[in-house]
Ligand binder design. Structure first.
Ligand code: FAD
Length: 466
């Protein structure tokens, strides 16, 4: 790879000059995993370039292709799994300038990939009283391109399901990594080639996604005394098809008391906490649901207020923000991403709790899957050793839960432990030299990989801190 030639060829673009900034822009939130922290600390790009348009993206790709320089795309770098880290060095292409909201229509928006989720939401609301259907809990800092290429779902998924579900992405415009990059438009079945592919087989330069009516969501915290009642409450609430919710999260005690300082004065160590976002017109339905359950108590309602120190937005307690809050208090905490899809997920969670609590504390997010509410778990794990972490994964699997392992940096290991033929086939077509985000797709590097141990990319390049 000839870095100097690429730097010269791109010298008229926005090239990062500061060494410290290059290091910072080579990192993401990989460090939530002690396993990845150990493996990936010191990974660093040789250069960072921020194109301002699709034409400049093409210039970057052409220059890097000509000189065999790897390209790792960056939205805001809030991903976990080391998704946005340039494992083999080379070029980080930062899409921060490509942030225009191009068109807002009834039911859909067309936007550039570098637009922050919060800015996209604000623009849709201002122009048309609409909002995006779902967003990562990193709404304030993450980009829509990073969400589609690296995320899975989040706030809104209780109603709309995962990003990959049909209808949640309308169209993606993609640039290939070839001597003469091509511009392709994907819809329908083709979307799966590049969505959640970590930018390993094409660069997304324009996105069209559906919108929903915007509401001033009512934010609530509810407590119950025992965990199965709390998880049952959450599931039953999501099953009430007439009550529109955007977030239904459950936190096993003592999470609220130990890790949520602003909530601590209002709970006991034994309080099981539920975080909710409910549409204002659904509050009557919600109050009726609540009245039928004698055991649940509302401790916070954003319409009422009343706490000396307000808790802040409820969704910044949910999804992977729970891990962040726990880590701030206890740095030995890490997490696992779990799917509890049995007919009665409450029972499935209870079996795992019986074997692992309190070493593993349950944090559940209700998610609509093929029309029915199930649980996604972003469980808090008290980390001791890698071996024990692997045992905990096996215990989950032995109880029929699926793990999307956040202690691995490849697409396959962080996903369903198998090759995605559509993504691999498109990589062969769109990135023949294998220069896009190298080391993230095992099936490209080692097609015969057996998945019986952690994959280790053989060109991993780490630079010692100065
Ligand atoms: P980045 O981290 O910059 O990139 C993510 C991946 O996408 C990388 O592989 C990158 O190379 C690739 N990429 C970025 N832009 C493009 C493009 N234009 N074309 C091709 N590839 C591209 N995730 C969820 O899904 N739901 C959550 O609720 C959630 N909550 C989180 C909470 C916390 C506290 C943290 C730290 C993370 C959370 N995440 C969550 C993960 C992450 O924040 C989201 O997936 C986020 O949307 C990623 O956006 P980003 O702009 O930071 O992407």
């Amino acid at each position: 790879m000839n870095i100097d030639a690429v730097r010269d060829a791109l010298s008229h673009l926005d090239l990062e000059k500061s060494k410290a900034a290059i290091r910072a822009k080579s990192r993401d939130f990989f460090w939530y995993s002690p396993v990845l922290k150990d493996r990936l600390d010191g990974v660093e790009a040789d250069l960072v370039v921020s194109p301002r348009s699709e034409a400049e993206v093409i210039e970057v790709l052409k220059a890097c292709y000509a000189h065999d320089v790897p390209v790792t795309t960056r939205g805001a770098g809030t991903g976990n799994y080391g998704q946005a880290m340039p494992l083999a060095g080379g070029c980080v292409m930062h899409l921060q300038h490509m942030n225009a909201v191009r068109e807002v229509h009834p039911g859909r928006v067309i936007v550039e990939p570098g637009c922050l989720l919060k800015d996209l939401d604000a623009e849709c609301k201002a122009q048309s009283g609409q909002e995006i259907r779902m967003f990562s809990s990193t709404w304030a800092t993450a980009t829509i391109g990073g969400f589609i290429a690296g995320g899975s779902g989040g706030v809104g998924s209780v109603h709309w399901g995962n990003l990959r579900d049909l209808g949640n992405i309308i169209r993606l415009r993609v640039v290939t990594m070839e001597a003469e990059p091509r511009i392709l438009e994907f819809r329908g079945e083709e979307l799966a080639r590049v969505s959640h592919a970590y930018g390993t087989n094409g660069i997304i330069t324009e996105i069209e996604i559906p919108l929903a009516p915007a509401y001033d969501w009512v934010e609530l915290f509810v407590t119950l005394d025992d965990f199965p009642s709390a998880s049952r409450f959450a599931l039953d609430l999501a099953r009430e098809s007439g009550i529109l919710s955007k977030l239904v999260s459950v936190y096993e005690a003592p999470t609220a008391h130990s890790y949520f300082p602003r909530i601590q004065p209002h709970v006991t160590p034994g309080s099981q906490l539920i975080g909710l976002m409910i549409a204002p017109h659904s509050m009557d339905g919600f109050e009726t649901f609540l009245a039928r359950r004698g055991d649940a108590k509302v401790i916070w309602n954003s319409q009422v207020g009343g706490w000396d120190r307000q808790p802040g937005t409820v969704f910044e307690y949910g999804w992977n923000h729970t891990t962040l809050r726990a880590l701030r208090v206890d740095p030995s905490i890490t997490y696992l991403q779990v799917r509890y899809g049995e007919a009665d997920p409450v029972e499935q969670v209870e079996r795992i709790r019986a074997r692992l609590s309190p070493e593993v504390l349950q944090h559940l997010e209700v998610l609509r899957d093929a029309g029915r509410p199930i649980f996604a778990g972003l469980s808090l794990v008290k980390f001791t050793t890698e071996d024990r972490l692997n045992e905990i994964v096996e215990i989950h699997e032995s109880e029929g839960a699926m793990i999307f392992n956040p202690h691995r940096y490849t697409l396959e290991e962080g996903g369903r432990q198998r090759v995605d033929d559509r993504q691999l086939a498109f990589k062969r077509e769109a990135d023949p030299k294998g220069l896009l985000n190298p080391g993230k797709m095992i099936s490209w590097d080692q097609p015969a990989w057996s998945y019986d141990r952690m994959y280790a990319f053989d060109r991993l390049r780490r630079v010692a801190a100065e």
